[in-house]
Design a protein around this ligand. Structure first.
Ligand code: PXG
Length: 290
């Protein structure tokens, strides 16, 4: 069935949802986006996603032509007009149409797109068997070059890493900071478990501050785990009891092999399973009603 897409002020059929080739989102990857999920009629941490979108936009001096409250209403409407209770929502604000030069000043009107689609879930087998991952030779770029906290349309840093993962038969890829500390994955945050400690790279390492990361930290604290944000190397990761990844699409998924080192006993661990149960529980009762 044809989806209704929000594009520049109106909902249109997907066949008519077209953006100009002169849009700087297309020409330069100049823009910001969010990937958001709805569970059983509730949009998960919608305020946090919209806050992050506006923060990304502010840093790149892109003025979103709607208020936060209006964006929230439009996202809810995008779910309603497409009859979705469980959804993956992609919200994109690009610099808009300009000339062939990269100067954003020449782009007077940002393009706003909201796509609400049914969610393609990862196969259950992935959660049962766990992921094999490797470290990328591509480093996360330093904040002074392009701050990874900006969720921008420039994903080539992650895509170059993902290509390496594909070439090596891995489902995700660990990316290090410029100094060689564990930072995050191409489209997921990373955690390790040691006893009752749930440990994740600190924000200063140059990571996207994932909404799932933050929710998982909340779930872990309420379940009595000690949550630590710190700096660590691959040595600690290889020798952790458990490693798992978090992201809007993946939720929480265990890693069982990193750079050919088996993690723990080589099976998805109990802490990740415990946190996934807590996370799904939270997602089903907490969230903005569609
Ligand atoms: N780090 C990076 C670099 C990401 O791109 C996350 C962490 C997890 O953040 P959230 O807020 O989702 O917990 C992301 C997530 C997709 C998709 O379709 C997801 C992301 C980017 C592109 C596509 O799953 N980002």
């Amino acid at each position: 069935m044809s989806k209704r897409i929000f594009l520049d002020g109106a909902f249109v059929d997907q066949e008519n949802a077209r953006v100009s080739v002169f849009d700087h989102g297309y020409l330069y990857g100049d823009g910001v986006f969010e990937g958001i999920r709805a569970y059983g009629g509730r949009i998960f941490r919608l305020d946090a996603h919209v806050d992050r979108l506006f923060a990304s936009a502010k840093t790149v001096m892109l003025e979103i032509p709607y208020s936060k409250a209006e964006i929230i209403d439009l996202i809810r409407e995008a779910c309603r007009v497409n009859g979705l209770q469980d959804a993956y929502i992609r919200l994109v604000v690009s610099r808009g149409v300009g000339d062939l030069g990269l100067d954003p000043v020449k782009c007077p009107k940002p393009t706003v797109v909201i796509i609400a689609d049914s969610i393609t879930l990862y196969p259950d087998s992935l959660y049962r068997s766990g992921l094999k991952v490797c470290t990328s030779s591509i480093r996360r770029q330093r904040a002074e070059a392009l701050n990874p906290q900006i969720k921008s349309l420039n994903y080539l840093n992650s895509i170059l890493a993902k290509i390496e993962a594909n070439q090596r038969g891995c489902q995700e890829v660990v990316m290090l900071s410029e100094e060689g500390f564990v930072a995050e994955c191409s489209a997921d945050n990373i955690f390790m478990v040691r006893g009752r400690k749930v440990i994740t790279p600190a924000p200063h390492l140059g990571i996207l501050l994932g909404i799932t990361r933050s929710a998982v930290m909340d779930v872990a604290r309420s379940a009595g785990y000690e949550v630590i944000e710190t700096t660590f190397t691959r040595h600690e990761l290889w020798n952790a009891d458990e490693v798992f990844l978090t992201g809007t699409a993946a939720e929480i998924v265990s890693v069982v092999s990193i750079d050919e080192r088996v993690v723990g006993d080589g099976k998805p661990g109990p802490v990740a399973a415990d946190l996934l149960t807590g996370f799904r529980d939270l997602a089903r009762r907490d969230g903005t009603l569609i």
